[in-house]
Design a protein around this ligand. Structure first.
Ligand SMILES: Cc1cc2nc3c(=O)[nH]c(=O)nc-3n(C[C@H](O)[C@H](O)[C@H](O)COP(=O)(O)OP(=O)(O)OC[C@H]3O[C@@H](n4cnc5c(N)ncnc54)[C@H](O)[C@@H]3O)c2cc1C
Length: 418
């Protein structure tokens, strides 16, 4: 039996959601893509380079944005969240809240006007490591390519500048959240992941020692569009980083914190070690690990680094990170399990390889009957007509997410075709 409603709703505009959307639309299905941030791309947009090829995320993303731009069947709603889903396969009703951007896109906003503003907010894109104007372009590769206004953060003086100097209709200060309803035949959930809260591991010093950062912060620190324009300098004193430690399984594979392996953190740190080696020919990297989990073709990535004499691998979990109050250098305590020796070593910066938590651990897809495992990952194929892809299902790298998303699009199409 062929189902009547042929529209597919995709929730989450990261690499998984984008892939599912373009694959379904390019074979003729109408797609609505819902993203809660102001731009598409998810976590991948925030990385400096992709493993294994080490190209910037713009490589893959630009092609996908072009596919979306050129396909009238895809409707993209940013700053939007699904609040309720009812019905069954072929006949779902979906409620969506669309939050105001305040920037209408009807008239271009001159950057000279933005430069005059003094109201600032923490940069969400750079994980709070620097500030941005209250009227901001989310990041250089942002799609849709539009400014966003944080109206609450705008001073009265800055509001007057925008009212007087932006073209007429460029900003609508009266925009309100909109409640929208859609009828769709199938749904693909791809709401992705967030980093595990590093402050939970008190022994590792995050939040207490300024020079302890997380792996996602390291991506931004390395990027030319990041808070230091890609210079590897310490948060505490802007000193160049010459001696850096990566603490693997920071909270992961630990019953007290995140019991599972997040699958991508070993490759993430090996990749970030390469950032350091490439950026500074004098810098040295130490990687503290339980096991290095690189599979298949990724193994070569690891073996190449094993031969590099500027990288030291220490088989031992970091037990403690302490800060020297005078220098803000970091003292690591660990046990080298191959040598059977205690280690006390000092570093300029420590990067915690924190794990992947599904966003559905905290915010479920609002449909009765969907099932999740004990960590909040969605169980695939629980409900006919609702499919999932990417890190909502389990921690995965980009190529695996893309394959899953293509599969989810196919399942949605099969469902609609009966
Ligand atoms: C430090 C680190 C480095 C990494 N580097 C690499 C790498 O080099 N190469 C590689 O292959 N993989 C890498 N990964 C893994 C990569 O980040 C993931 O594979 C990828 O982000 C998964 O994409 P996704 O679309 O499933 O999820 P996400 O990227 O998390 O995208 C999900 C999207 O859904 C949106 N969303 C969330 N909730 C809602 C909601 N309720 N409604 C609407 N939208 C919502 C989010 O805003 C986001 O845009 C790395 C991971 C880490 C931890």
């Amino acid at each position: 039996m062929t189902l009547e409603n042929k529209t597919i709703l995709v929730i989450g505009g990261g690499i998984s959601g984008i892939t599912a959307a373009v694959e379904a639309a390019e074979v003729g299905f109408e797609v609505i893509l819902i993203e809660k941030e102001a731009y598409l791309g998810g976590r991948v947009a925030r990385t400096y380079k992709y493993f294994p090829k080490m190209c910037p995320p713009s490589c893959g993303m630009e092609i996908n944005f072009k596919r979306i731009r050129n396909n009238p069947r895809i409707k993209v709603l940013t700053l939007s969240e699904v609040t309720k889903i009812t019905g069954d396969a072929g006949n779902f009703e979906v409620s969506v809240r669309k939050n105001p951007r305040f920037v209408t896109g009807r008239t271009a906003i001159p950057s000279s006007v933005v430069d005059k503003l003094s109201s600032e907010i923490d940069s969400d894109f750079n994980l709070g490591m620097n500030q941005t104007k209250a009227l901001y372009y989310p990041h250089p590769m942002a799609f849709p390519p539009q400014y966003v206004l944080d109206k609450e953060a705008l001073s009265p003086e800055d509001r007057a500048i925008l009212e007087n100097e932006c073209g007429e209709g460029a900003i609508d200060f009266d925009q309100q959240p909109e409640e929208l309803t859609f009828k769709v035949g199938a749904i693909i959930a791809a709401t992705g992941w967030s980093p595990y809260d590093a402050q939970k591991m008190e022994n590792l010093g995050f939040g207490r020692c300024e020079n302890v950062i997380t792996n996602v912060m390291m991506e931004r620190l390395s990027d030319q569009t990041g808070p230091t324009q890609g210079r590897l300098i310490r948060p505490s004193d802007q000193k160049e980083i010459k001696n850096i430690a990566f603490a693997q399984c920071a909270g992961s594979r630990d019953e007290k914190f995140l019991p599972y392996c997040s699958a991508v953190c070993c490759m993430g740190s090996l990749k970030q070690a390469r950032y350091v080696l490439e950026k500074d020919p004098e810098a040295h990297v130490s990687i503290f690990y339980i096991d290095i989990r690189t599979i298949s073709r990724h193994e070569k990535f690891y073996y190449d680094l094993l031969e590099n004499d500027r990288v030291t691998f220490i088989k031992g979990k970091v037990a403690k990170v302490a800060e020297d109050p005078n220098t803000q250098d970091l003292l690591i305590e660990a046990e080298d399990s191959l040598q059977g020796a205690k280690i006390h070593q000092t570093f300029d910066l420590v990067v915690l390889a924190t794990g992947v938590v599904p966003n559905t651990a905290h915010a479920k897809i609002p449909y009765e009957g969907l099932q999740y495992d004990e960590y909040g990952f969605i169980r695939p194929n629980g409900v006919k007509g609702i499919y999932s892809a990417g890190c909502i299902q389990r921690p995965s790298d980009v190529s695996r997410c893309v394959r899953q998303a293509t599969g989810a699009a196919l399942k949605a199409i099969q469902c609609l075709k009966g």
